[in-house]
Write a protein that binds this ligand. Structure first.
Ligand code: PGA
Length: 256
């Protein structure tokens, strides 16, 4: 199986930026611009915006995702939202292990794994984020580190469930900084991730899994990044908040 047979997925990560009303507006702007896309499209929004996003995307080719979920189904976890709650309202995707969660909210590889398993159990598709800090890249440990993040996050995940996993390679130094990884750097680490999946599961599993790049992907650099053999899509922060830019990335993905 080669790149053409894998799903290309462009996902917006809106982070903490839009009110429900603004969510509806932005989705209405995006919808006509991406109506003819041949890739999968997801917008991941804050919990409070999920209802508005689900409503606005009804009947369109845009899926809705959350930006995190808790690993328990319910219980005394003030302020948290479970995967069961997300799937109950019709959410399809969830981002897990974003570097901002790891850096600012104490997420570890172990809690990432717990969240991944909980999300899969509820039938959600997981966008699992991995990636190195600049110091780690400079120390030459990127490949080992990313492979380790992938291995721990996928602990206890079955081959069948792998169909509901997308892995996003997001070098932390490239997120929100305007410093994009070169297409070659992005492809190299996506290939390392694919090799890790092959070792953990099987060659076919590795060939079938969608691996995104994320980190300052924009309308200008998307073409080159998305045309790399091991890059099957993008997780887009800043540029996903501007309808024409997001649509340009979707257009680039549709021909990659
Ligand atoms: P960015 O964010 O595109 O703004 O760099 C990407 C991400 O955090 O997923």
């Amino acid at each position: 199986m080669n790149k053409q047979l894998r799903k290309t997925v462009i996902a917006g990560n809106w982070k903490m930026n839009k009110t429900p009303q603004e969510t509806t507006q932005l989705i209405e702007e995006i919808k006509p611009l991406v109506a003819n896309a041949s890739c999968d499209i997801v917008v991941c929004v804050p919990y409070i915006d999920l209802h508005a996003a689900l409503e606005a995307t009804k009947g369109s080719n845009i899926y809705v995702g959350a930006e995190n979920c808790h690993w328990e189904q319910n219980g005394a976890f003030t302020g948290e939202i479970s995967a069961a709650m997300l799937s109950a309202i019709g959410v399809h995707y969830v981002i897990i292990g974003h570097s901002e969660r790891r850096t600012y909210f104490g997420e570890t590889d172990v809690t990432v794994n717990q969240r991944v398993r909980a999300a899969l159990k509820e039938g959600l598709t997981v966008i699992l984020c991995v990636g190195e800090y600049l110091e780690q890249r400079e120390q030459g440990v990127t490949d080992e580190l990313v492979a380790m993040q992938v291995k721990i996050a996928l602990g206890g995940v079955s081959k069948e469930d792998l169909n509901n996993i997308i892995i996003a390679y997001e070098p932390v130094w490239a997120i929100g900084t305007g410093k994009t990884a070169t297409a070659q750097q992005a492809n190299e680490v996506c290939a390392v991730i694919r090799k890790t999946v092959a070792e953990l599961y099987c060659e076919n599993c590795a060939n079938a899994i969608t691996i995104q790049y994320g980190g300052s992907m924009n309308a200008k650099n998307a073409d080159e990044l998305l045309s790399q053999p091991d890059v099957d899509g993008g997780l887009i922060g800043g540029a996903s908040l501007k309808a024409p830019d997001f649509a340009a990335i979707v257009a680039a993905a549709s021909k990659s």
